[in-house]
Write a protein that binds this ligand. Structure first.
Ligand code: FMN
Ligand code: SF4
Length: 387
């Protein structure tokens, strides 16, 4: 993994040797986009947080990792925790923060002791605390906060609500966390992997990072690969890799379909395996689930919809009411008594959910349903009533 090739501390040393504006400029030049899924430009988020008015600013590491099929952040936190904390410290330099919080997925409680030990060692080595690395006035420390055990708490505003002790429900946006985040203060929320790449960029330079990937999706990305393949695991691969190339790498050449981006992502059929995994083509937070030739795609869509129904916070109608209707539709399709007209209405309902749901959970909940209906129509039509 690339992270193992970076000299510990080199990124922070480079960040402290330059003014905060240069740190931002280097991240900007690298083209780094957030690795949590949406691909928001990291430099822009940090710049907005830096420009936001407020005495207290926060750097939050989103380690909630609740997307089905995603387990790369767990590996990073287990093997490269120092790097994540170093990346958070670099973000603190860039935005002018003194407080950092890791929001750790409840199911990763077993990692907490390890993370606390790494934090303590960093304090003893003057890499956290007051006057970090001898730089007068640069104070920053990090605490670990356990997650609430709910997928929606990975959504950054729900995460902040949960941190503040409220129910983890998404907020209306605007305002955005960069100006009204944790306890009303400017806050940057970034994925675990984003912080680790920021260290690499400060240590090795923007050109080194950009040498791989595509123009709009620079650099490498970690992929969590599971399902019907011979070599599941975490892979460090350049963005822009085609689905076919990735399948060859993981031993899944005979796949019938690949779910890119977890339950919230798209189900890619074999005929599209030459497409690239990149923000401008098939975006992903890193979850790749391989479906072999024997898989029933309606069962796949059913499984993901059941997950969304369980995890919806219930705040808004399109998500709360829409997902159960889609699930009913899948059950009708299974029985072979869903008419074509009703199937079209369900697709239209799915599109409404994408547009009208309040947060990313409801906006992406119908994605698999829609892509299965679109890409595996023959399999589905075989079961529908024809009226
Ligand atoms: C339902 C839902 C769950 C999410 N879960 C996570 C998560 O577990 N980890 C994560 O980094 N981002 C998650 N996100 C995205 C975050 O809201 C946010 O965009 C991300 O943490 C920003 O980090 P980045 O800019 O480094 O990608 C989730 C979004 C939604 C809508
Ligand atoms: S889209 Fe779903 S999870 Fe998001 S706020 Fe609405 S009900 Fe809650």
């Amino acid at each position: 993994m690339t992270f193992g090739e970076i000299e510990p501390g080199a990124g922070l040393k480079s960040a402290l040797a330059r003014p905060p504006a240069d740190v931002l400029a280097r991240i900007d030049a690298s083209g780094l986009r957030g690795r949590g899924g949406a691909g928001f430009p990291t430099s822009l988020k940090w710049e907005l947080a830096q420009k936001s008015k407020g005495d207290k600013k926060y750097v939050i590491c989103n380690a909630d990792e609740g997307e089905p099929g995603t387990f790369k952040d767990r590996v990073i936190l287990g093997d490269f925790a120092d790097m994540v904390f170093e990346g958070m410290t670099i973000a603190a330099v860039a935005i002018g923060a003194r407080h950092g919080i890791v929001y750790l997925r409840a199911e990763y409680t077993y990692l907490r002791g390890h993370l606390e030990a790494v934090l303590q060692r960093r304090r003893e080595n003057n890499l956290l605390g007051e006057n970090i690395c001898g730089r007068e006035g640069f104070d920053f420390d990090i605490e670990v906060h356990m997650g609430a055990g709910s997928y929606v708490c990975g959504e950054e505003t729900a995460l902040i609500e949960s941190l503040e002790g409220q129910r983890g429900e998404p907020r209306n946006r605007p305002p955005f966390p960069i100006d009204t985040g944790y306890l009303g203060n400017p806050t940057t929320v970034n994925n675990v992997e984003t912080f680790a790449w920021a260290v690499c960029i400060l240590a090795k330079g923007a050109d080194w990072f950009k040498r791989l990937g595509t123009e709009k999706s620079t650099g490498h990305k970690l992929f969590s690969v599971s399902g019907d393949c011979r070599r599941p695991g975490v892979y460090d691969l350049p963005l822009g890799i085609t689905v076919a190339e990735l399948l060859a790498e993981v031993g899944g050449e005979d796949a019938k379909a690949v779910q890119v981006g977890g339950a919230a992502g798209q189900c890619i059929p074999r005929r599209d395996f030459q497409r690239g995994i990149a923000y401008e083509d098939i975006p992903t937070g890193g979850s790749i689930i391989v479906f072999g030739p024997g898989r029933d795609m309606l069962r796949v869509a059913k499984n993901f919809l059941e997950f969304f129904i369980d995890e919806s916070c219930g705040q808004c109608t399109p998500c709360r009411e829409g997902a159960p209707r889609l699930l009913e539709g899948i059950e009708m399709l299974h029985r072979g008594d869903c008419s074509m007209t009703y199937l079209d209405e369900l697709c239209s309902l799915g599109e409404t959910m994408q547009l009208a749901s309040k947060c990313g959970l409801g906006q992406t909940a119908p994605s698999t349903f829609l892509s299965v209906v679109q890409n595996f129509r023959d399999e589905i039509l075989g079961r529908t009533g024809g009226n």
